[in-house]
Design a protein around this ligand. Sequence first.
Ligand code: HAM
Length: 404
Amino acid sequence: MIQALRGMKDIISPDNEKFVHVLKTAGEIAERYGYEYIETPLLEETQLFKRSVGESSDIVGKEMYQFIDKGGHDVCLRPEGTAGVVRMFIQNKLDKKGGVHRMYYHGPMFRYERPQKGRLREFHQFGCESFGEGSVYEDFTIILMIKDIFDALGIGYRIKINSLGCPECMPGYREHLIAHLNDIRDGLCEDCQRRIETNPIRVLDCKVDSCQALLKEAPVITEKLCETCDADFSTLVKLLDAHALPYELDPKLVRGLDYYTRTAFEFVSDEIGAQSAIAGGGRYNRLVEFLGGKPTPAVGFALGIERILDLVKMPEKRREGIYLGVMVPEALDTIVDLAHKKRRDTKVFTEYNKKSLKAHLKAADRLGAEYCAVIGEDELSTGEIWVKNLETKEEKRVAISEFD
Ligand code: HAM
């Protein structure tokens, strides 16, 4: 028997309804914030992710679905959405146009990680990217939008924020950090020892307890920010306070992708186990230029749809539509015609097998139909249809000519 690949999941009942509800809710809210829907390809040149997400990141170093296609091109399945959107932004010369461009997307992402609860190899993200607005008010607005999305879905969260500085302050901080890491080098795990050379900032979010114990005295980036980064971070904190958004300052929040500058944030849930990040994002002011475009400030986020499915509170479900069935096969043509007419303005469930009234009522109930309408021998002879409102339990016979 052929099985789905490890870490890849079918999205079927009951999750499919929640999945659609998340996309609809998040999409409507994003549109209210001025974002427009876009699609970018699932496959991109491997180089795109190496240059944006970063060669030393785990995503690029260990987790890419990378292969050579039939034309000899080095390609990979997207591990995240931002890089492709930035590539599209530059390719379509939107960077040259100026102004603000806000876009949202959703779809599958692929990371060859070790599967566990909340961690898949194919997972779905809903994401937003805003280009051209350098104000920290935009960072705040994005955080507010995520809050609106989770509130609308009935999901609780904690917000963690940090600033990752800019090219002016980050190198100085890096030097301080490297000096400290070299002092404690012998006590760090092998991965961290290697990261001191390749990506020292990533040492800060190592999950090994003994490393974390040693990192307690590590220099804190938010204490080494330049004036502009510091002012922006203070404004963000002030805005969050003013709008009563609950946040925690987390100087160890460094994110797993290398393109961030200044604001970095994560929404976490305490109800889903170790893989607790339900959304993450931040500002990436240098990425457009780095990939060959005109310097353009940008900020965005993505939320993991599978991670929140168990947390989503669905709105109360109402009965909807008409179930149409027959007790005599001679009525089938009438049912087909009626179904086609009714579908113009309502949902229709058809059953083409002859069944008892009881069986039809049971099927209509299971499908969540509001009405169960059936033609039996008597109705066929009088040109009528028997209809029951499954909500009010009212039953009646209606002339077929009046039913549509
Ligand atoms: P990320 O933090 O790597 O950021 O992913 C965003 C969210 O995707 C995570 O918070 C998590 O909910 C979900 N996620 C990540 N990996 C997995 C997995 N293996 N299985 C299930 N869910 C997962 C990004 O991808 C950035 N592109 C976000 C961004 C947009 N930053 C700026 N703009």
